[in-house]
Ligand binder design. Structure first.
Ligand code: UD1
Length: 433
């Protein structure tokens, strides 16, 4: 078993970004973090060896690998080959420990496969969540409808069921996580499960596609109604992770905010329609070519209003990046966050760079400034970190971004890619700053 210190994030580091360099060149996008973690969990459903390709070299993949090892799997993550090979035994352990779930909320995605395979899942509850509260209620309601008994004991969500049964489930909200949990629980349940108001994100399509290749019977993939006919057994497969649309969108904003021109390779522009349309409204040119698309911008962007919504709406995971763009845009923009209110915490950091942002509930009003000025700031989550890096790319002088471990969770090789595109970025121990 690998010891935890080996996968501890590199805390105590700082990214120093000196603004003023337009990005130019091409960058390759890796597989989606928000897909690969669930694909790894889905591998638990079939005994044998599953191979996942186009895997991003990020910390969360290490945490998920460790979680699967503790469940009894043999996991080999080859960062050079961008693969994860998971050998799943006939009998699995069914406990996901708090020390891992605490560090990666997405660990909850083993819940569905474990109840299905083991008849029991003991998964530590991520902080702040309670049975019935916002956060996991849709996962739990759905499992209960499928006949599982679910309790919260000593901080663990314990779900048991000898044999899950198909059920008709309506989600109050098209939750990505709940849709994934319920699909993974349903593929080997007895009978038919219908999930209405299901999430339609490309990552949901990705996991459903993998499950179908494994032998699952799912129809309505990519629509709001998924119909799953339970099967007795699934078999292991090789599956390629869908490209990371949020990383691709972050590079698109990076090109626009710096007044540069970047070819974003290996990305699917269809997964970013609204975000790219917004960049067009901001004055950028978006050209789809070959295996990706180019975003170029001349002059100052125009302010663009944003409303985050479940897919195909504007993604909440690109909201901080667009707030950064609006911070230097010509005009004022209203950004409405409908998924995670806490996301606006990052504007306090952006204000340290001189941005004019006021928030009220789930609205933020940004009045664009001619420029920002470099300052020390703290990344509080992955996307906040991305937003601050983008702001740093245009701020005058040097922006020091602390909390680099958060950025590493979602962006593999960010510093190297930024440098290749002409940015002035260095990463160093925080103590030297
Ligand atoms: C996933 C993504 C995250 C992205 C989000 C929305 C991963 C690892 N993370 O998160 O990056 O921002 O989708 O696109 O894939 N909710 C409930 N009850 C539930 C479940 C969710 O009330 O049982 C609420 C949440 O509190 C939140 C909203 O629904 O306000 C969206 O959550 P959800 O779609 O489940 O997002 P995640 O799967 O957690």
């Amino acid at each position: 078993m690998e010891s935890i210190p080996e996968i501890r994030p590199e805390a105590g580091e700082v990214l120093k970004v000196t603004g003023g360099f337009p990005l130019a060149g091409s960058v390759r996008v890796h597989g989606a973090k928000n897909s690969v973690l669930k694909l790894m969990a889905a591998a638990l459903l079939a005994q044998g060896t599953t191979t996942i390709t186009n895997v991003p070299d990020i910390l969360d993949v290490e945490i998920m690998s460790e979680l699967l090892r503790r469940l009894g799997c043999d996991v080999v993550h080859d960062a050079d080959a961008s693969t994860v090979v998971i050998s799943v035994p006939e009998r699995l352990h069914h406990r996901a420990d708090y020390d891992l779930v605490r560090r990666m909320r997405a660990s909850i995605c083993v819940l569905g496969p474990l109840v299905s395979r083991c008849g029991e899942a003991d998964v530590a509850m991520p902080g702040g969540d309670n049975i019935g509260s916002r956060g996991l209620d849709l996962h739990i309601d759905g499992l209960q409808r499928m006949g599982a008994h679910v309790v919260n004991e000593h901080g663990y969500l314990i779900a048991t069921s000898k044999q899950l049964r198909g059920a008709d489930i309506w989600l109050d909200f098209p939750s990505v996580g709940a849709t994934e949990t319920l699909v993974m629980a349903a593929v080997m349940a007895e009978g038919t499960t219908t999930i209405d108001n299901a999430a339609r994100e490309p990552e949901i399509i990705d996991i459903c596609t993998m499950l179908v290749a494994m032998g699952a019977a799912i129809t309505g993939i990519g629509t709001s109604t998924l119909v799953i006919e339970g099967v007795k057994e699934l078999h292991p497969v090789e599956h390629r992770t869908v490209p990371d649309r949020i990383v691709a969108g972050t590079w698109a904003v990076a090109a626009a905010i710096t007044g540069g021109s970047v070819f974003i390779e290996g990305a699917n522009p269809e997964h970013l329609r609204i975000a790219l349309d917004k960049l067009g409204s901001a004055g950028a040119r978006v050209a789809v070519q070959g295996d990706g698309f180019t975003v170029s911008m001349e002059g100052r962007p125009k302010a663009v209003d944003i409303v985050t919504l479940p897919y195909p709406g504007f993604p909440t995971d690109l909201q901080p990046q667009f707030i950064a763009l609006n911070a230097i845009a010509d005009g004022a923009a209203l950004v409405t966050e409908n998924l995670f209110e806490a996301r606006f915490r990052f504007v306090r950091e952006l204000a340290r760079l001189g941005a004019d942002v006021r928030t009220d509930g789930h609205h933020a009003l940004i009045r664009g400034r001619q420029g920002l000025s470099g300052a020390p700031v703290e990344a509080t989550d992955i996307r906040a970190g991305a937003g601050l890096v983008l702001a740093g790319l245009v701020a005058e002088g040097t922006t020091e971004i602390y909390g680099v471990g958060h950025i590493d969770r979602g962006y593999a090789g960010l510093v190297e890619d930024l440098r290749r595109l002409g940015a002035s970025v260095e990463r160093s121990p925080a103590t030297n700053s």
